[in-house]
Design a protein around this ligand. Structure first.
Ligand code: ITT
Length: 209
């Protein structure tokens, strides 16, 4: 049983692998393939882009492929950056550039109007034609400055009130236990367990029949 992660984002790969590592599935990543293609994210929604990526990589590799499309949606910015989260500050921008632009765009806006949420849509293409999607969401607040060193992307500015810290102040395990990606991945695990006929509790293959 093999599953390819349809992403080149090493930070996402780390989080996804952490939540799937106990399943008896071989996880393959972009560096396991020659000429792993770059799939253009031409969709207008996270779901469309997740499907494009999963389908493209399943077609290229011949293996089942799991794609994650995620975005930060900020209420005061009408849901931006949303589907454009990775290129918010322009082509070729870094995580830091994006955070700087976000903090600038929200300058002067008080904390009670800085609500935001992360959303992740995960698409699994079992083959080029058969695709399932699941979703996860987490609500928080955008801080006025970066806090914390862990995580990636917008994590240093995304404050999670129940834990009284930003995502960048959390360990990988803590973030995965409550994040948008963690929630979507728990649903994706169930799809994998059913599809590959794995036993739910032990993570071992069911050979009873
Ligand atoms: P792939 O398309 O190759 O998977 P990507 O980085 O382009 O990688 P997305 O299109 O899903 O991925 O872009 C989402 C962007 O949103 C990402 O680059 C980060 O800046 C941000 N992001 C996604 N998940 C995040 C998380 O858990 N914490 C903080 N920021 C996140």
């Amino acid at each position: 049983m093999q599953l390819v992660l349809a992403t080149r984002n090493k930070d996402k790969i780390r989080e996804i692998k952490h939540l799937l590592e106990d399943l008896p599935i071989t996880i393959l990543i972009f560096s396991d393939f020659l000429d792993f293609p770059e799939i253009d994210e031409t969709g207008e929604t996270l779901e469309e882009n997740a499907i494009l990526k999963a389908k493209g990589i399943a077609t290229f590799t011949g293996f089942a492929a799991l794609a994650d499309d995620s975005g930060l949606e900020v209420d005061a910015l009408g849901g931006a950056p949303g589907v454009y989260s990775s290129r918010f500050a322009g082509p070729g921008c870094t995580y830091d550039d994006n955070n700087r632009k976000l903090l600038q765009d929200l300058q002067g806006i008080p904390e009670d109007r800085r609500a935001a949420h992360f959303r992740t849509v995960i698409a699994i293409a079992w083959n080029a034609g058969e695709i399932e999607t699941v979703e996860g969401r987490v609500d928080g607040i955008i801080k006025t400055q970066k806090i914390g060193q862990s995580g990636f992307g917008y994590d240093p500015v995304f404050y999670y009130p129940p834990a009284k810290k930003t995502f960048a102040e959390m360990s990988l395990a803590e973030k995965n236990s409550l994040s948008h990606r963690g929630k979507a991945l728990m649903k994706a695990r169930d799809l994998l367990i059913t599809h590959f006929n794995l036993m739910k509790d032990s993570g071992k293959q069911d050979t009873s029949i």
